[in-house]
Unconditional design. Sequence first.
Lengths: 905, 279
Amino acid sequence: MPRIFSYVLRLFLILLVLLPGSAIAAVTSGTLKGTVVDDADTEIPGVRVTIKSEALMGVRQQETDAEGRYFFAQLPPGEYVIIAEFPGFNTEKRTGVPVNIGRTTEINISMKATTGEATIESEVARPVIDTESGNVSTVLTKDFLERLPAGRSYQEVVQMAAGVTGGGNPNVAGSGSSENTYMLDGVNITDPVTGTFSLNFNFDAIEQLEILVAAYDPEYGINLGGGINIVTASGSNTLKVQTGLYMENGEWSPKLDSIFAADGLELVSTDFDSRFTLYSAGIVVSGPIIRDKAWFLASYENARSLIAFSGNPLPRDYEQHSVFTKVTVQPVSAHRFSLAIQSDPTTVDNIFQGSRFIEPEAQGRQAQGGWLGMLSWDWFISPEAFVETKATVQKSFIEVHQVPCSHDQDLGYNPCSPDEMDNTIDFFTPARFGQNNAYDSDNAYVFDIGDRWRAEVQTKFSLLQIEALGTHDFKTGVTADFTSTHRSVGFSGNLYFVDLNTQYYNPDTLKNYYWVELSGPHDYVMNAQTLGFFIQDVYKPVDNLTLRYGFRYDRQDFRNDLGDSILATGLFGPRFSANWDPWGKGKSKLTGSVGRFNDTSRLEVADYLNASGSGFGSKLFLGEYFGEFTNEANLDYSYSSPDNTNTVLPGLTAPRADMFTLGAEQEIIQDLAVKIYFNGKFTRNLYALDEVNGVWDETGYANIGFSNGEFEYLNRLRTPSIARRDYWWTEFRLEKVFSNRWQAQASYTYAISKGSVQESPSYFLSVAPQLQYATNAYLGTDIRHDITGAITWDVPDDPWTTQLALLIFAESGYPMDQYYDSAYGAGSIRKFTRGTYARTEGYWYLSSRVEQQIPVRKGKLSGVLQVNNFTNNRSGSGAGITADNRWVYGRQSPISVQLGAEYQL
Amino acid sequence: MHILPLLVSLVGCAYEETALEHVDIAGTVKIPKEALNIEVIDNDDNVYVIEGDIRTLGPVYLGVFPGVQEGAYAYTSPETGPVLSATEDGDTYPYGGTTVGRMEFGCYEQLVCKMVTGRFTSFDDVLDFHANVLHEPILNQQGLPVGSAEEYRETCYDVNNYATDFEVDFIKEGRLDFKEDGDYLVADVEILHTYFKEGMSIWGWVDMPSRTFDFSTCDAGQGTPVNFYDQQYTRGANYSNLLNQPGKYIQGGDWVADEIPTIESADDKFEVVLGFKNE
C-alpha cells in the first residue's frame, strides 16, 4: 500500500502543477457488498463470489475474507446477479440485485451444506434503505423514468424529488435556480456563465438520474443548491435498439389560462391563442464492438415544441437535436476507458413571449447548443484501490438576435423587403423598442452572441476496506477547471425608444418620447479558474454504524475583460455524517449530518466587474411624439460613460451554506420504506451590491441623500451578512421499490424560508444596510406545502402487459419573500412582493399514463397514451401588465394528451 | 476521530466583512412634546387645534455631517459646499443618515404623502385619526368613507400585494417609534453604514405637517404607480436630496436640532435634541 500512496501522490502533484487550477465531481457508480454465512450463521471465508450484469464488462470475482465478507466497488449502475460457490455447499445465485449510483447495496447470503451439487436461485428483496449513506438524495432509474407520466427531459423529472420545486431550472432546498450543479457521467456541465444547465440530453440514453438535495460526502462538490447527476448507459454485450415517437397536444383544452382580473384571483377565459404542441422522436442503439472488451452507445433525439405564452400572437418555436455517442473499452480488467461526445444544436424562435405587444418582426431568435467531449479512465489497482480520472472539454453557445427575415409569410415571421434575401438580419435600421408596453416596437432586438467554454480535469483515488479499529474507505481527489466566455452584445441600429406616458401603461397618454443612443456592440472575453480538493473517510467502527467525514477546499479566481484578477475566493467545507442501523438488519436507519457547502460562483457575477462595465456609453435625447421617426433630436439631455463604476470590496468570502440533516428511515413492509428528514440550511454572504453613495431611510426603501451630492449608482460587490437565507424543511417520503409489479415514490415537504436567493446580477440588490435581509430574488421555494408522487403498476398478462402510472404535483402556501427594485422617479426603492398571483390558493397537477405492450415476433412494441394535467388545474408562470391593467399569466401546462409508440429490440 | 472537534469549529466559523469603510453608530433623538401642538384646516375651512397627539408627528430626518454652521438660516444647519447657483443651496455632502418614521403609502389615494410609519397602532387607529382628529374621513374608490378596518385591510392587501399585517409598515402595534419621557418624546436610533470622521456632527429635523396636513419632504408625483381598478396615480415618495439640501424642505412649524452632538468614536452614544421650532 505505501507504494500505491506514493504513486498516487506523485500523480496528484503532477496534476496540481499542470492544471490551470472546479471543484465539481460526482459519484457515477455503486457498491455491492455483503457477508456469506452458513446455516449456523457462521461466516464462511474463501467463498468465491462472482457478480455479473448487463451493465458490467466481463465478470468480477473475489473470495470472501476471514469474516466472510465480499465487497465490489466502482460498479456501473444496473441490475446484477451474485453467485456464491464453496465446496460442500450448494451454489447460491441471487438475481435482481440493484446497484444504484452513490448507493451501497448489501446482500447477505446464507449457504447450505450439501453432499451433491445444486444451485439455489432466488430473487433478492431489493433494499429500500441505504444504511451507510448520509446524503439526502433521490435516484430515479431508467425503468422508473420511462414509466413516469412526466415530460421527456431530465429537467422535468428532477421535480419528482423531494425538496425540489420550480420549473426547468429548479430550486433545490430553497436555493436559487443558478445555484445548482449539473453533472453528466460525473463531470460538471453547469453553464459557466449563468449557473444553470448548459445542455439538453437524450432522455432514453439516461441510465439513472440522481437528485442530490444534500450531499454530505466531500467528494460531491455541489454548490449552494442541489446536484443533478445524470449517468448514461454504456451498452452491453447484446445489440439493443430503442426508438420512440411522441406527439403531444394541448390546444383543445379549455382556455381558462392567461388572464387574471386585476382585482382578484379569479381565472377568466381568454380569446388568446394558447398554442401548445410538442413532438419528439428518438433512437438509442447500443451493443458490443468486441464482447466484454468494447461497447458502444449511439443516440439521437429530435424535439420540437410550439407553445404560446401570455397570449403572444406567435408561438415560441423550439427545435432541438441531441446527439450522444459513447464508446467504452476495457482492454484488460484493470483499465476501463470511455470516450463520449454530445451535441445539442437548438433554435428557438419567437423567444420574446413576455408581452403580446411584440410585433412578429420584432421577435427574437435564440440559437443555442454546443458540444461536449469526455474521456474517462478507471484504473483498478486492486479490488479495494482504484483511480478515476476524467477530462472534459465543453463548448456551448447562445446567440440571441432578431428573427431573420423570410419571404415565406406562412411562417408569420419577420417579412423580408422585396430586395432582401431570406435569413437577412437587419442590424442597421434604427430600432424602436417600446418599453412599458408601448405599441411601437419593431426591429428592436438586442443581439447577444456568446461562446462559453469549460475544460475540466478531475482525478480521484479510492482506497477501501482498510482495517484500523474498524474499516475505513478513504477517498481523495482533485478537480480543476477553466471556464471562459466570449460575448458580443449590441442593439440593432444602436437605437431604442422609450415612451414617456403621462399615465403609467396608458398609451393613450403618450405625450413625448426619448431615445437612448448607445455606443455600439460591446465585445469582450473573461475567464475563471477553479481548483477543488477533497479528502474523506467512511469509517465503520462496528457493522451497524457508519461515520463519514472529511472536507473539501474550493478556490476560484475570476479574471475580467482585461485579464486582471478581480474576484478570488476560497473556502473550506468540512462535512460529517453519522448513520446508525440500530438493529443491524438493513431495515432501519437513524442519520445525522452537518456540512458546509460553498459557491464556486459563475462568470455572470464577475461580469459585473468588467473594466468596461456594460460596455455601452449612452446619450439620452428628447423628442416629440413618435408618429413618424425623424431621428432629429431637439435636446441632448445627458451622457453616461461606458466605464464601469462598479467596484468590489476586497477580501470577499465565498458565499456558503451550512446545513444539517436529521433523519429516520424504516422499512415498514417488504420493499416499502418511510423516511422522515428534518433539515436546516443557512446560506450566508450571498453576492449582493450596495450603492455606496446612498443614504437611506430607516428601512432602506428610499434615498434621503447622497454622500457625494449626486445619484450615481456607485455600486460595490459585497457578500454582506444581510444577504442571507434561512431555510428549514421537513420531508416525509414513501418509497416502494419495484416488486409485485408496482413501484411508488411520494413525498410531502413542509418548508419555511426567509431571505433571498442570488440570481443574475441584474437582480442584485443595491443593498441598503437597514434591511434585515437583502431580499431581491425570485424565491420559488417559498412554497410551504409541496407534494410529489408517482405510482406505476403493471397489469399482468404477458405478453399483453399494460403499464399504468399516475403522477401528482401539488403545492400551496404563500410567498414570504419581498422584492426590492429601483422605482420610477426619485430613485427610491420600492417594495414589491413576489410569488404566484394566486398565492393563497394551491394548485395540483395530475397526469396519467397507459402503456400497452403489443406482442411482436421480435422485440417489444408498445403504444403510449399519456394525459397531462387532466384536471386542468395548474396556473402558469410569467406575468406582465396589459394596457387595460390586467395581469396576464401564461399557462405552461395545459391539459394535454400525448400519444406515443415505442419499440425495443 | 480527533478531526471531529476541528470540523465542528470550522463549521462554526462566521465571516465578517472587515474591509468596509462604514461604521454603525447609535443614540437617541428627543423632540419636545410641544411639537405635537398643531393646527389643521379641513376642506370646509374649519380650523382644528390638535394637542399632544403623537399621530401628527412627521418623519424625523437625521444626517451625519462634517460640521454645522450658524447664520445661513434661522436655525443651526449643516455646513455646505460651494453655492453654485443663486437659486440652489450648497450641498452638505452627508456621511450617512437615517429616519425615524418614513413616508409610506397608506393604500388610498387620499393618503398619498400623508402617512408616516411608526405612528399608528392599527387600521382602526388610522381611520379614527382621519375621521375624528383631522375631520377628513378616508374615502374609498367609490368616494365613500372606509367603513371598517377589514375593508381597509382588504384594500391594502389588494393594492400592495400584502399577505399579512406584518407587511403593512404603517401599522406597528406595540412598536411605535417614540416614547414619552417627561417633556420629551424619545426614540432610539441606529445610523448604519455611515462613513466615519472624527468630530462629525449629528443633525436633523422633524417634518411637521402643514395646516392641510401635508409634509414638505414628500413629493406626491413620485413613487411607484398604482393601477387599481380605474385609478392611476403615484404613491408618493420622499425627495432624495433631503439631507443634501435640507434648507429647501424645512418649513415653518418644523422642529430642528439645537443640541447637536459630535462623534469622536464609533462607540459614542449620541443624543440629538430637535428643540428649535422654525417659524
